[in-house]
Design a protein around this ligand. Structure first.
Ligand code: ZN
Ligand code: ZN
Length: 333
């Protein structure tokens, strides 16, 4: 097999490795679509919080694949199944896991971070973490389950009421997925503030009612604001766009230990609720897959760039520099 590995020194290398064989209760999967995101670049450059990565690491945490071999005692999965694998592996024993907060499992273990990811020709997974895709769900949509599950987890916390006015800040993949997924909660409208006018076509595809640029004057306030820009300016604006009683959901990271000024009296007087959300729970993962499998959610429109895994450098360059409209960049092993 081959795998795209990094030591966190800014370099990536496609290396040959021994073919793995599935143990009892495990399946062997050939990845077919692997997304690259800003987090992968942080892993490659060693700028991510080191507590979350074991180097050297094979990157790839947003992916779908096809089962090529089943170990003993595998009953639910068959060779040829198109699948996605829950990437955060819960221990299922700790207080957090038992409470359903598997995203906060005390033993952090995740594909592409602490164990080999999917930018490779083979991945081993335990059967109970494997979800089979139906014909309604494309492989490319499957590769977006991971970021979508992050959004689902946040939305399940914020739980907007039907008829809510929702504002998404950020025109990247998470922002666009948030705009699309928020519809499931039956809002009266979903607006989005971006920084690249060329992203408007993708935003419209995501069902956004009004696409604004950060430079536009926008006086309206919202029941729910979703901060997905991961920028200081976006995070600052997110606090200012809440109605009284409004809810802020923070999904974007603005950088390790970075801060923004927030007027506490506005928060208190506004009776605001603030949620920040890390990763995804097993429940949100399953719910996201179910939305794909029922045909209620299709994220294929978000994929704008595709490269063979051997051309990974072009993929990285696209994440950094490809002109908008730019959605998800995929490597195809
Ligand atoms: Zn990612
Ligand atoms: Zn746990």
């Amino acid at each position: 097999m081959y795998a795209l590995k990094t030591h966190g020194d800014g370099k990536l290398e496609l290396v040959e490795e021994l073919d793995p064989t599935p143990d009892t209760g495990e399946v062997l999967i050939r990845p077919v679509a692997v997304g690259i995101c800003a987090t992968d670049l942080e892993i490659v450059h060693g700028t991510i919080d080191p507590a979350y990565v074991n180097y050297p690491i094979t990157i790839g945490h947003e992916w779908s694949g096809v089962v090529t071999q089943c170990g003993a005692d595998v009953t639910r999965i068959s060779v040829g199944d198109r699948v996605v694998v829950q990437g955060i592996i819960p221990c299922e024993k700790c207080r957090e896991c038992l409470g359903g907060h598997t995203n906060r499992c005390e033993i952090y273990d995740e594909y592409g971070f602490t164990r080999s990811g999917a930018a490779s020709s083979a991945v081993i997974a335990r059967e109970h973490l494997v979800h089979v895709l139906t014909s309604q769900a494309s492989n490319e949509s499957g590769a977006l389950v991971e970021p979508a599950a992050v959004v689902t987890t946040g939305l399940m916390k914020a739980n907007p009421l039907a008829g809510a006015k929702i504002l998404v800040i950020g025109d990247g993949t998470i922002g666009l997925i948030a705009a699309k997924l928020a519809r499931i909660w039956s809002p009266s409208k979903v607006d989005l503030i971006g920084i690249r006018s060329e992203q408007e076509s993708l935003a419209k595809h995501a069902g956004v009612d009004n696409f604004f640029l950060a430079s536009d004057e926008l006086n309206e306030k919202y029941d729910l604001v979703i901060e997905a820009s991961g920028s200081k300016s976006g995070a600052t604006v997110s606090f200012q766009k809440l109605i009284r009683g409004g809810t802020l959901l923070i999904l974007g990271l603005i950088g390790h230990q970075e801060t923004i000024p927030v007027a506490i009296d506005d928060l208190v007087n506004g009776d605001h609720s603030i949620y920040a959300s890390f990763g995804y729970t097993s429940l949100a993962w399953a719910r996201t897959v179910a939305l794909l499998n029922s045909g209620e959610l299709d994220l294929t429109f978000l994929v704008t760039h595709r490269f063979p895994l051997s051309n990974w450098q072009q993929g990285i360059d696209a994440v950094l520099n490809a002109p908008a409209p730019r959605g998800k960049v995929l490597l195809l092993p």
